[in-house]
Design a protein around this ligand. Sequence first.
Ligand SMILES: [Zn+2]
Length: 82
Amino acid sequence: MSEELFEEAEGTCEACGGELKPEKVNLEELEGGKLYLMENVPAMVCEQCGEIWVPEPILKEFEKMMETAKRHKSRLAKRPKK
Ligand SMILES: [Zn+2]
């Protein structure tokens, strides 16, 4: 992970104008009853309102991970008996 990811953040929160602090966060997404989790991703957290700004490349990576997990799951899934 490089600091280039934060170039667009410019240190201020787009929601409230508060100060952003680089932090490690966990991304969570609940979909189809399954929890997808990506731990310790670099993000910017607003000290004022608590808004979390995750860099686009990280989000893309997270989505890709979810897609991969879903494909894997469907391959293992069994058809319901009729
Ligand atoms: Zn804010």
